[in-house]
Design a protein around this ligand. Structure first.
Ligand SMILES: [Zn+2]
Length: 396
């Protein structure tokens, strides 16, 4: 989470850049300045322009930023459709392999999921084809004595004028958007094609079964891709993508399992409610706290004056370990407790609480309503409930 920076908001959605995205952006900028090749009539890269490397870098920077903006458009189109169907989008993060729109829940309605997912590759293909038409209309780039369709172009053979620079920019945007559109339609999680496949399957199968089937197909794809990548000549990029697809598919299965198992279960169904809750007064010493920890075998407790008072903080075993042992009788809980309380309301979905726990890498959440503590919920409580629900699905 800390590896992302927010660059702004579009449609009210925070847009973040992940550090891996910045790395790939700089690689792209350098790559498009240092190479030039022809693919299907398009010229990709500025090296063939007859100008200085500095100017090539400048054009390459503009082209790369424009291209990455079209990736953002792809994500925004997913988000736009999701939002118009009542799904809240928390943020969009751009990573090395493209973007991810974090949504509060994945729509369980196959038709909505289908529309929402297809919008992304749809926009990519639309931009790709539109820029290709523009390229064809204003161009193509005139190349002296090099009318081949594929292959590298020698440096400085294209006359330097703004039109040629614009055409190369259009070519890059066109080629990579068409590539992205097609790549994303591969029927494998975590690509859009995997979701489209799941949505189709979910019209006939239960949601979890549909996910499992789509995941199995995605993993098969990943293994095939990895195998092809490992055959000589070894293609490390393909192997890397195969890894990304394989683990992405696995992650999707786990997420869906959690989401489906916890469907309809609220925080209040799982939490340890207030009457049974052990709290620690702020003036308690660390020694007294350790005794409580031994007795009740919990690793974290809310800190408050009394049961009806507002929570002042949370104290965990992790905080205790920061205090040297000879000071345990003198240091008070209020001096080492964490005052920044991460909490949930009792009415929200337990799956959402699990996401908050995972995102913040903490063990427990206070359940608070109207500034009063209602209970505490731990990762363990949620897992136990999930196991139980899977053993006795009709209980609740
Ligand atoms: Zn997409």
């Amino acid at each position: 989470m800390k590896w992302s920076i927010q660059i702004g908001r579009i449609l009210g959605i925070p847009i973040k850049l992940h550090i891996t995205f910045l790395i790939i952006l700089f690689l792209f900028i350098y790559y498009f300045a240092a190479i030039s090749f022809k693919v299907g009539g398009l010229v990709l890269g500025f090296n063939a322009l007859d100008t200085s490397f500095d100017l090539k870098l400048l054009y390459s920077t503009i082209a790369s930023i424009l291209f990455f903006s079209t990736i953002l458009l792809h994500e925004l189109s997913h988000s736009y459709i999701a939002r118009s169907n009542g799904i809240n989008i928390q943020s969009i993060t751009l990573y090395i392999f493209g973007g991810v729109a974090q949504m509060e829940e994945i729509p369980r309605n196959p038709k909505i999921e289908l529309k929402m997912t297809a919008a992304g590759p749809g926009i990519s293909l639309f931009i790709g084809i539109l820029t290709y038409i523009l390229y064809d209309f204003f161009g193509p780039v005139h190349l002296e004595g090099a009318n081949f369709y594929f292959g590298e172009i020698s440096p400085n053979v294209i006359q330097m004028d703004p039109m040629n620079a614009l055409l190369i920019t259009l070519g890059i945007i066109s080629f990579y958007n068409i590539f992205l559109g097609i790549f994303n339609l591969l029927p494998a999680f975590p690509m859009d094609g995997g979701r489209i496949l799941r949505a189709f399957l979910a019209m006939w199968l239960p949601y979890l079964e549909a996910t499992k089937t789509a995941v199995a197909i995605g993993k098969t794809f990943a293994l095939l891709m990895g195998l092809i990548g490992l055959l000589p000549p070894v293609n490390p990029f393909l192997v890397l993508i195969a890894f990304f697809v394989y683990f992405g598919a696995q992650g999707e299965e786990r997420e869906t399992y959690f989401a489906v198992s916890l469907e309809g279960i609220k925080v209040s169904d799982v939490m340890t409610p207030t009457p049974n809750l052990v709290y620690i007064p702020p003036d308690c010493t660390i020694s007294q706290l350790v005794e409580v920890m031994f007795r009740f075998k919990h690793m974290g407790y809310p800190v408050q004056e009394d049961l009806s008072g507002p929570p002042l903080g949370i104290i965990t075993f992790h905080d205790v370990r920061k205090v040297r042992e000879e000071l345990h009788d003198t240091v008070k809980v209020k001096e080492v407790m964490s005052k920044d309380i991460i909490s949930v309301e009792p009415g929200i979905n337990a799956y959402h609480a699990l996401q908050i726990i995972a995102k913040n890498q903490i063990g427990r959440l206070l359940v608070i309503q109207d500034n009063k503590i209602k209970g505490i919920i731990t990762m363990k409580d949620i897992m136990r409930k999930m196991e139980f629900m899977n053993m006795y699905p009709n209980s609740q």
